[in-house]
Ligand binder design. Structure first.
Ligand code: BJ8
Length: 424
C-alpha cells in the first residue's frame, strides 16, 4: 500500500498497525476464496481492483470529494434512501461489517449475545479500523431490529448519529410514519449539506439508483441459466461493492460484465458443469468480507444462484417509479418503494415468503440454504417459516446458523456436503 494511503489513514486516525494486520489477513482470505476460482469473468478484474483498493483509492476519492465540499453519509441498512442523499449532493456508503474485529471492545458496549454484524460495526469503530466510518460526516441508523436500535445508542456516544424510525408493520399509519421520516431525513440532509433537494435533483438521483438496480437485476436474471454463468461468490462480491463504489461508474461496469455474461450464456458456458446442484441463499445480509459460507457451499459441489438478502435481491428487486414530475410525487414514489422492503423486522411479513418462493422458482434452485447469524431473532424466526413453506413445496432447505468466526467451518462443511449429496 502506498505511502499516500498511509498518510491518509493516519489523518483518519486509524490504528495503523492493526489496520495493516487487517489488510494482510483480508488479502490472504481474498486470494484463497476468490483468486482460486476457475472460469472467472473478465469483468471481475474491476471488482478485484476495487476490493484491493477498498481502503485505498476509494477512500481517497471520498477525501477528495469532501475537500470539494461534498458530505459523506454512512449507513447500516437498505432503508436509508440513497436517492435523497445523492440529491443533496452527498455520497452514501454502507458501513455494515462482515469480519470479527475489536470484539472485546465491542462487548463492553453491547451484550455478548448480540449478532456478529452489530458487534463487528461497533468493533470496527472502537478499534479504529474502518476508514469509511471515519470519513462519514453523518452516520444514519434506523429502528429495525432491537440489537441495532440499542447499538446505535452506544454508537451515538462516539459519532454524530441520526436515527430514522422504520415502522414495524405495513399498515396505513405505518406508511404515514415512514413518509414523515423520509421528509425528516430530507431536511436533515439539507441542513448537513446546505443543498436544497429540488424535483430536478431528485429525479436525477432516482434514475441513478434505479439504473444501478436495473444492472443488478440484469445480472440476477442471467443467473437463471444452467450452467450457472457466474459463481455465487462473485455475485455476492458485486452486491457488496455496490454499497461502496461510485454508483454511475459501478453501473457501467456491471452492464459491461452482463454483456460478457450474456455471451457466455448464449455459448452454453458456465462456472460449473450443467446439472451442478443450484442453491439459493436466503436470510441475513453478508457484509464484506463475510465470504465464509459461500466458499463452503461452492467448495462442496454446489453453485449459488441467488442471494435473497439485503446484500442481494432485497436491495435490487423493486425500482422507484420514475413517472412523478413534482417533488411531492417523487417523495411518494420513494415511500412506496421503500415500504416494499420485506425485512424480517416487519410483522407480519408474509410477502417475504412469497418473494423467496418466487425467487427459488425463477432461478431454478434445487435447494435453499437459510442463513441466520447467531442471536438474530427476526431471521431465525422466519427461517422456521421458510422451512415449513419449502417442505410443503418439496424444495429441500438447509437451515444454518453461524457467525464470523472460522471455528465452525469444518462442521458447516460436513452439513453442506451432506445436503448437496442428498440433492445430487
Ligand atoms: S432491511 S435485514 S439491512 S435491518 S442480522 S442486525 S436483523 S440481529 S441486518 Fe438488516 Fe435493514 Fe433489515 Fe436489511 Fe439485526 Fe439480524 Fe443482526 Fe441484522
Amino acid at each position: 500500500m502506498s505511502e499516500t494511503h498511509r498518510e491518509m489513514w493516519e489523518k483518519l486516525n486509524l490504528d495503523i498497525e492493526a489496520h495493516d494486520g487487517l489488510l494482510e489477513v483480508l488479502g490472504k482470505f481474498y486470494g484463497d476464496i476468490y483468486m482460486s476460482q476457475d472460469n472467472r469473468l473478465k469483468g471481475m478484474e474491476y471488482m478485484d481492483f476495487v476490493l484491493s483498493e477498498v481502503h485505498g483509492l476509494r477512500i481517497q476519492e471520498l477525501q477528495d470529494a469532501k475537500a470539494q465540499g461534498h458530505k459523506v453519509v454512512g449507513t447500516f441498512c437498505v432503508f436509508v434512501p440513497e436517492e435523497l442523499t445523492l440529491a443533496a449532493d452527498a455520497i452514501q456508503v454502507g458501513l455494515c461489517a462482515g469480519a470479527d474485529a475489536g470484539t472485546q471492545e465491542a462487548e463492553k458496549r453491547v451484550p455478548r449475545n448480540t449478532c456478529a454484524l452489530i458487534k463487528s460495526f461497533m468493533g470496527f469503530k472502537l478499534a479504529r479500523l474502518c476508514p469509511y466510518i471515519e470519513s462519514s460526516d453523518l452516520v444514519v441508523g434506523e429502528t429495525t431490529c432491537d440489537g441495532k436500535k440499542k447499538a446505535y445508542e452506544a454508537l451515538s456516544d462516539l459519532l454524530p448519529t441520526y436515527i430514522m424510525e422504520v415502522p414495524q408493520t405495513k399498515s396505513l399509519a405505518a406508511k404515514e410514519l415512514w413518509r414523515s421520516e423520509v421528509l425528516r431525513y430530507k431536511e436533515e440532509l439539507e441542513r448537513l449539506t446546505g443543498v436544497t433537494i429540488t424535483a430536478e435533483r431528485l429525479a436525477q438521483s432516482i434514475k441513478t439508483v434505479n439504473d444501478r438496480r436495473r444492472a443488478l437485476q440484469r445480472l440476477n436474471a442471467l443467473r437463471a441459466a444452467d450452467p450457472a454463468p457466474i459463481s455465487g461468490r462473485d455475485a455476492l462480491l458485486i452486491n457488496q461493492i455496490s454499497f461502496y463504489d461510485d454508483p454511475v461508474r459501478f453501473t457501467t461496469k456491471i452492464n459491461e460484465l452482463c454483456d460478457e455474461l450474456e455471451a457466455r450464456v448464449a455459448a452454453g458456458e458456465g462456472v460449473a458443469p450443467r446439472n451442478t446442484p443450484r442453491l439459493l441463499m436466503a436470510g441475513c445480509p453478508m457484509a464484506v468480507p463475510n465470504w465464509k459460507l459461500p466458499y463452503v457451499v461452492e467448495s462442496s459441489g454446489a453453485v449459488i444462484v441467488g442471494e435473497e438478502s439485503c446484500i442481494g435481491t432485497r436491495n435490487t428487486r423493486d425500482l422507484v417509479d420514475e413517472s412523478a414530475t413534482t417533488l411531492e410525487g417523487m417523495i411518494d414514489a420513494l415511500v412506496d418503494r421503500y415500504m416494499k422492503i420485506d425485512c424480517a423486522c416487519f410483522t407480519p411479513n408474509d410477502e417475504r415468503m412469497d418473494n423467496v418462493a418466487e425467487l427459488a422458482k425463477t432461478l431454478k434452485a434445487d435447494g435453499v440454504v437459510n442463513y441466520s447469524l447467531m442471536f438474530c431473532q427476526p431471521y431465525a424466526h422466519e427461517g422456521m417459516k421458510l422451512g415449513n413453506m419449502f417442505e410443503a413445496q418439496g424444495i429441500p432447505m438447509l437451515a444454518l446458523e453461524t457467525d464470523y468466526s472460522m471455528e465452525d467451518v469444518e462442521q458447516l462443511k460436513t452439513r453442506v456436503e451432506a445436503f448437496v449429496e442428498m440433492l445430487g
